[in-house]
Design a protein around this ligand. Sequence first.
Ligand SMILES: [Zn+2]
Length: 283
Amino acid sequence: MATSAVDSFLPEALQFRPGAPLVDIGANLTHESFQRDLGDVIARAKAANVATLIVTGTDIEHAEHAVELAKQTPGIYATAGIHPHDASGWNSDVARQLKALHQQPEVVAVGECGLDFNRNFSTPHEQERAFEAQLALAAESGLPLFLHERDAGQRMREMLHSWRDDISQAVIHCFTADRDTLHGYLDLDLHIGLTGWICDERRGHHLRSVVKDIPLERLMVETDCPYLLPRNLPAKLKGRRHEPALLPWIVREIAQWHDVTETELGEATTRTAQRFFRLDAEA
Ligand SMILES: [Zn+2]
């Protein structure tokens, strides 16, 4: 079952196939750390039954690269947006290029976009301006939104509230906030993406008690690789780089806290992702 690429890279304790094919809704495969061995990374994902990868586009260059990848590889799709960190570069030219990307059949969501008041690499004002414009693009194209939010839950909810009737669906990717914020998002009929943050015994603890509040038809799973390598892996990994083949480990952890089997969680999150991103059902 496992390919030689998997054998030589993944420790044995991580070589298991989930009972259901999975969708990794947040893979930053255009990150430079994947340049060297992307083919192997994708082969390992397939061998681990991570059948579908949504490659995150965080600016024009990365989104174009993600579309290229999606054109070349079955089971790969792209998103196209401007990350809040890069919101200071927003202008009408960027808007025009994004809009063209959203018309590509490989692009299944507007994003990654949103608000990050934790690091403020762009000012809150710049972030709100770029986000507002991308909400308008999502409303125009009808595409779902792939959202990033850190320490900006209240403002995010306000902005989404005023756009809620105009946009289709939206997922808060890599959700890490508290129960009240979660329920605010669920009340807005949003979807939630969970990463290996929950595998972190230092800072992911609060998530464990909150996970059960997310209905399975609202929940999707993601690695956010190469970032957020799960901290509780049963064996050391060469290079310490996170990748889609490790998604089954995250699913195992989430299933435990949601009180369902891995297969149930895998089947439900895949069904949800297929519906949300309007993917072909064979994934
Ligand atoms: Zn993010």
